[in-house]
Design a protein around this ligand. Structure first.
Ligand code: PMP
Length: 419
């Protein structure tokens, strides 16, 4: 019997639940770009676990690898013990991802989620520099734990903390004021102004494309100027690639296109490839100042996730095919969105690779579009400070037919709402 009464959730689960409110059904199975609910209804998934399912649900290549591993009594839980699965992942990540890009990072497994990686990055930056404040950006999203929330620029999410958060100073993200701020001279003046009360920060934390913040794309020049500022003022640069990493913008790391080299990188979401919890914190070797055991915990290395992660890298990151596909499909989404912006006032399009946003001047419209899309069998979520942007994150491996089908539903939903 696949039926679960909705009252199980509404009566016993905390009011904090959110996605089940956007999509009021009970899901049961998933395959590729599709989810099926307990009533057998199918939904095309353009949300993909908020970017955790870049290779689709139950990807058959990864599933086979996982089944073999479990059938052979592979270790599921291994704390941070040395295991073959972990060793293979480290080797493969280094040879397939880091070395070809000329990147030299130590790898830490900070815990299962993106917020764990952000916490680790902030803690490490403070320990390395002996400084406490962190520069973050307007509309940034870095996670829900106290440290990650303190660098998150969303007042609704911050209200969840109940008390003021400390040690983070928000700065305007690229284009925040609608115009271009060519360099960070203004920021350096603030740093040098003893009256500003701004202590020299330990680090800057930035997303190259703000996902939750509304698909705000930082320009290459802006990111380069930010890196240059960090180098000149001896501030560590953290790129939070939890949502935009693992190929979402085309290249494996979202910062590659800007040619910058962060000191610390956070990764999670799609790194396991299979939707299993896994996170990485990468940092330059000279930043490895941890004493053994100074930052550990129970779920630091998920062995089944290492197995699927390794297979993912071998399958999808042995060459540039996926990157080219992401740019091609992303361009297709952009063209469809551009068509909508040309036909209707008050719409604009933004994004890079296969993260694309359709922004509405009328702020309730995006939510209505997502609700109409759900009714027609498509999952898409809103983002942005007023939930004014429909954000698309389809699996990178989605077929052209499914992509076209989902975009058709979305176009019809937009036309229904703006008509
Ligand atoms: N950083 C970014 C950029 C994110 O998008 C998210 C999740 N949306 C996080 C951190 C937090 O990750 P998690 O939800 O796995 O804790």
């Amino acid at each position: 019997d696949q039926h679960i009464d909705d009252s199980v959730f509404t009566t016993h689960e905390s009011e904090v639940r959110s996605y089940c409110r956007s999509w009021p059904t009970v899901f049961n199975r998933a395959s590729g770009s599709w989810l099926t609910d307990s009533g057998g209804r199918k939904y095309l998934d353009f949300f993909a676990g908020a970017g955790s399912l870049n290779y689709g649900h139950n990807n058959p290549i990864l599933k086979a690898e996982l089944i073999d591993y479990l059938a052979d009594d592979g270790i599921t839980h291994g704390l941070d013990m040395a295991t073959v699965a972990k060793g293979r992942f480290i080797e493969t990540f280094t040879s397939r991802i880091l070395e070809p890009r000329g990147l030299d990072y130590k790898i830490q497994f900070p815990g299962p989620t993106g917020a764990n990686s952000v916490e680790t990055a902030l803690k490490l930056a403070r320990k390395v520099t002996g400084r406490e404040s962190i520069i973050s950006f307007t509309n940034a999203f870095h996670g829900m734990t106290l440290g990650a929330l303190s660098v998150t620029g969303n007042s609704m999410k911050r209200a969840g903390a109940g008390i003021p958060l400390v040690h983070a100073t928000p700065m305007p993200f690229d284009n925040y004021f609608g115009g271009v701020m060519e360099d960070f001279a203004w920021f350096e003046r603030v740093l040098d102004d003893s009256g500003s009360g701004l202590n020299r920060p330990a680090a800057v934390i930035v997303e190259t494309v703000q996902g939750e913040g509304g698909v705000n794309v930082a320009r290459v020049e802006w990111l380069q100027a930010l890196e240059e500022l960090c180098r000149r003022r001896d501030i560590l640069l953290i790129v939070d690639d939890v949502q935009m990493g693992c190929g979402r913008t085309g290249e494996f790391f979202s910062f590659e296109a800007a040619g910058i080299t962060p000191d610390i990188v956070t990764l999670s979401k799609s790194i396991s490839g299979y939707g299993l919890p896994l996170a990485l914190t990468l940092f330059k070797p000279e930043l490895d100042v941890w004493a053994p055991g100074e930052h550990n915990g129970t779920f630091r290395g998920n062995n089944p996730a290492f197995v699927t992660a390794t297979k993912t890298l071998d399958t999808y990151w042995a060459d540039n095919t996926l990157t080219a596909e992401v740019h091609r499909k992303g361009e297709h989404i952009h063209e469809v969105f551009t068509g909508l912006t040309e036909r209707h006032d008050g719409l604009s399009t933004r994004g890079r690779g296969m993260v694309r946003g359709l922004a509405f001047a009328e702020t309730t419209a995006a939510g209505k579009v997502c609700a109409a899309a759900f009714g027609a069998g498509l999952l898409a979520e809103t983002s942005g400070p007023s939930d004014e942007v429909v954000k698309l994150l389809p699996p990178l491996t989605i077929s052209d037919d499914d992509l076209t089908h989902g975009l058709d539903i979305l176009v019809r939903s937009v036309e229904e709402v703006v008509a």
